[in-house]
Design a protein around this ligand. Sequence first.
Ligand SMILES: Nc1nc2c(ncn2[C@@H]2O[C@H](COP(=O)(O)OP(=O)(O)OP(=O)(O)O)[C@@H](O)[C@H]2O)c(=O)[nH]1
Length: 650
Amino acid sequence: MPQPLARFAGPLLPVFGTAAVTALLWAGTAPAALFGIALAQWAAASGRTKTAQGFSALVFIALLPGFFSYVTPEALISTGQWLAAVSAVAPEAALTQVRPPLLATLALMLLALIPLLRQRARLGAPLLLAGAGLLVAAQLACRLWPLPIAPLLAPGFGVWLAPLAGLTLSQLLLARARWQGKPRLNRALVPASALLCAALVLWQYQYRHVETRLHDATRQEGDVLAGRLADDVHRQLDAMRRFAHAWQLLHTSPSARQWRRQAARLYDDDFRYLVNIAFIHPDSRIIHVYPHSRLNTSVRGQHLFAAQPQSRPVIEAALSGRGQTSTGIIELLQGGPGIIYYLPMRDADDTLTGAAAMVISLPLLADTLFDALRPDRALWTWHGPRRVLARFGSPSRPGPWRHRYRLDLSGQTLEIVQRPLRDYLLARRSRLPAITLTIGLVLAYLLYMVLYTLRRLGEQNVAFQRSNAQLQEEIDERRRLQQAVEWLAHHDELTGLANRRRFLEQVDSLRDAPPLSLVLCDIDHFKRVNDQLGHLTGDEYLKAVAGIGQAVMAEYGGFFARYGGEEFIGCLPGAHHARACHAADTLRQRLFQRALRQADGSRVSLSAGVVTYRGGRFDLPHMMQAADDALYRAKRQGRNRTESAAPLAE
Ligand SMILES: Nc1nc2c(ncn2[C@@H]2O[C@H](COP(=O)(O)OP(=O)(O)OP(=O)(O)O)[C@@H](O)[C@H]2O)c(=O)[nH]1
């Protein structure tokens, strides 16, 4: 965030915070959550991590109950309990009003988690953002390809989808810089997002299936009910036809007693929604009525032509023997809407004796219909041609579906409308899609974490191995240097021979094994070589002498060292004096034979002093002094010769 903007962010945060709470109280969870996330992003962008986490936590916690109401099994917490909890908090609100749709809830929760995790890739923040993006896309897809029926639970936001998409995008812009240049991120993100896509596809399939199946199931319930009722009425009419026909056995019109006895059988057994069964005289007078209720008795003797002039044609048709007729929906003499069926009656001589009237009360028929129903499941309305005949069920919180059924009552068609109640539908609705999607999200997150962590561990391992190898190289180099230093401490760099210190240590270690002879050598006039032929030649001559000396001493079972400058010394363990002198002479001769030249062409030679320790007290400085004296004598006596030291006391 640019600095000036960040300066303003701080003072404005409390203002926005208050606005968010107001939005929650006024407009509901969804806008408040959007607002809270916007604040969290703002705070995160201006470096106020704690504030961002605070807002995110609030949003997340506010969304949790709604989320749980989608996924908690009905057996654990029923929708009824959720509804009761909602009405306790907000009496006027329905569950669907206080929780955002499932896809929106999940997207909001993922967005809220990102600032909580401080946008860290290793904690899965990129996957959460990818998830939010996919959920936004899924909501868009649901809008583009809606269900063929009105959904019970809308899958996503309506108008709030645009701000949700905006917040997802702004989160991407905020965190992009942090996540760029991490190849391991993509390797974890791509497979995890693919898994999430698969979960969304599966959710979509289940969601459609659950909605349409529930819709069809409620429709089927109504179908069964309407069908059963129509069958029932037809059965009643058939029974009535048989009833009317039965009078043909008599030669006279039915007496009041006969009518009561026969009608009672029908009425008491089946005719739950019949107002009465009446015998109508050919002149339209009501002769007999069963049952003998006060209302029924009051209509006896009335002329139907006069009492129900609008029905006269159908009454006349029946009374003239033209067959079964019905009135349509009329106001009954006993009060209330109803339908009257008229069936012609004949005696044994086939003479028309009148008509049987079957008076169906629609409110009673509705009661029969609604008897089998529960009022908390659907709102039922029964429509006549121009009016509502009956209602049943709670009118509050109707669901989105309206099922219409046509009820054919032998020529009279009535319409029944069933409106399943939202709460009942919610209680019946399977939670499998929500659970599937949640599990998919969790699995995708876990997959991301596993892949990312494996990759990170792999990279760390490689880096670790690399630094290990570097360390090993450094150790080797130090060891080499140390060895070189140690070697230099005991050897002469130019000739590679042991130096004076090493030589004296070696000799000292042999003190207990006399005899032991030392041969001290010095190149004759070596200064001239340096002065006249140069130091490089001098060095070459020194190396040549070292090589010859080493070979000769080895031949005699001894070792050779550079004593300093152009002086060399050999040690011959176990060699008596004569052998040592012989060895010294061999060395001297070999050098002479090598024919290294001085500048004047003369051969380079050496002088040697030999001393032998035969036993007794071992005094190395004394031995060295004796050898040096002998060498000095050799120099004085003309060089290129070997001189022996006086025998050392035994
Ligand atoms: N090129 C070379 N010269 C060295 C080295 N160490 C000592 N010298 C030389 O050896 C020479 C020794 O000379 P002196 O001690 O005067 O003896 P000299 O010339 O050999 O004469 P005498 O011993 O009396 O025969 C000196 O010139 C030193 O500089 C070395 O490592 N390389």
